[in-house]
Ligand binder design. Structure first.
Ligand SMILES: NC(=O)c1ccc[n+]([C@@H]2O[C@H](COP(=O)([O-])OP(=O)(O)OC[C@H]3O[C@@H](n4cnc5c(N)ncnc54)[C@H](OP(=O)(O)O)[C@@H]3O)[C@@H](O)[C@H]2O)c1
Length: 274
C-alpha cells in the first residue's frame, strides 16, 4: 500500500484490475481522483498499474491486494484486510470473471466449479460484505459485470452464460431492494470484446472471438458513465443493444442456435489450410 498525506477521497475496489475491462476501470477512476484498491492474482501487474496511476494522478492511496477469488475464503480475507487498514470502500466493481469453452460433457468440472466460485459466489460474498457497510452509511455504488449472454443460453459456454444470467438477475433484484436508499447497483452487459477473455476460456478460435470486437476502453467508459449516473443496466455497443432487444422476442431455442454458431470454431480459410 502507498499512502500520501491526508485521505478524504473516495475509494473504489476493482476486482480483476490486472487486465481487460478492470484495468480500464482503474484508469477511469484514477482520472477522477478515486483512491484504488486493485484485486487480482497477478500482483506485479497490479503494482505496476496502481503505482503508475498514483504518480500520474497524485492519488492519496493505492492498495494492491493479490488474491485468488476462486478460493472461497478470499472475499472475507480482502474485507478483513481493508478493515484492518481503515479503508472504506465507496464503490465496488465486481469485474473479475472467466469463461470455459467446450461441450459441457467434455470440459473439466474443476474449471467450471472455479468459474462458479469466481463469477457467482465471490460476487455474492463481496457484495454481502461491502453492501452492509454501504447501507449503514446510506451511501455507495456497485457495478457488476454481466454480459450480453446474460440474456440468452449459450451452448459451448453453458456454465459461463448461466453465471452471467445469475449476475444480472441478482443485480436487478438488489436494485429493487435498495430503491429507497442512496445506493445504486448497475449491471454492465458487454458483448464480445478485445480482452484476454477468449484466450483464457480456450475460445480464441470461435466465430465470436474472430468477429467484430468491442474495445475494452469503450466498454469500461460505458460502464463507468452508467455507474456514475446510477443507471440499472447498460448494454454496451449498438449491435449488442439490438441483440439484447431480440432476446425479448425470439424463443430461447433460437437464441441458443445463434449463440452456438457464434461459439463454434471459425472454419479455417482456404489460405490457412495450405
Ligand atoms: N471480453 C468479453 O468479451 C466479455 C464480454 C462480456 C462480459 N465480460 C466479463 O467482463 C469481465 C472482465 O473480463 P475481461 O474481458 O476484462 O477479461 P480478462 O482480460 O481476461 O480479465 C479478467 C480479469 O479477471 C482476473 N481474474 C481472473 N481469474 C481470477 C481469480 N481467480 N481471482 C482474481 N482475479 C481473477 C484477471 O486477473 P489475474 O489473471 O491476474 O487474476 C483479470 O484481471 C469478466 O467478468 C467477463 O466475464 C467479458
Amino acid at each position: 500500500m502507498k499512502t500520501m498525506e491526508g485521505n478524504n477521497q473516495k475509494t473504489v475496489l476493482i476486482t480483476g484490475a490486472s487486465n481487460g475491462f478492470g484495468m480500464e476501470f482503474a484508469k477511469l477512476f484514477a482520472k477522477d481522483k478515486y483512491n484504488l484498491v486493485l484485486v487480482a492474482r497477478s500482483g506485479d501487474r497490479l503494482r505496476e498499474l496502481g503505482f503508475s496511476l498514483q504518480d500520474q494522478y497524485q492519488l492519496q492511496q493505492v492498495c494492491i491486494v493479490q488474491s485468488d477469488l476462486s478460493q472461497p475464503e478470499s472475499p472475507q480475507e480482502i474485507y478483513d484486510e481493508l478493515k484492518q487498514k481503515g479503508i472504506k470502500v465507496d464503490v465496488l466493481v465486481n469485474n473479475a470473471g472467466v469463461g470455459v469453452h467446450g461441450f459441457f460433457h467434455e470440459t473439466e468440472l474443476d474449471r467450471e466449479l472455479e468459474l462458479i466460485q469466481l463469477n457467482i459466489t465471490s460476487v455474492v460474498h463481496l457484495t454481502k460484505l461491502f453492501l452492509k457497510d454501504m447501507v449503514a452509511r446510506n451511501d455507495g455504488k456497485i457495478l457488476n459485470l454481466a454480459s450480453i449472454v446474460s440474456f440468452m443460453p449459450s451452448p459451448l459456454m453453458s456454465v459461463y452464460a448461466a453465471s452471467k444470467a445469475f449476475v444480472l438477475s441478482f443485480t436487478e433484484a438488489l436494485q429493487n431492494e435498495l430503491k429507497d436508499k442512496n445506493i445504486t447497483i448497475t449491471a454492465l452487459c458487454p458483448g464480445a470484446s478485445d480482452t484476454n477473455f477468449f484466450k483464457q476460456a480456450d475460445a480464441e478460435n470461435t466465430r465470436a472471438a474472430n468477429g467484430p470486437l468491442s474495445s475494452p476502453e469503450e466498454v469500461a467508459k460505458d460502464g463507468y458513465t452508467a455507474l456514475m449516473k446510477g443507471e440499472s443496466r447498460i448494454v454496451s455497443g449498438m449491435m449488442n443493444k439490438v441483440q439484447a432487444g431480440a432476446s425479448n422476442i425470439l424463443p430461447d431455442s433460437a437464441l441458443a442456435s445463434t449463440m452456438r454458431y457464434q461459439m463454434e470454431e471459425k472454419p479455417a480459410t482456404p489460405e490457412s489450410k495450405l
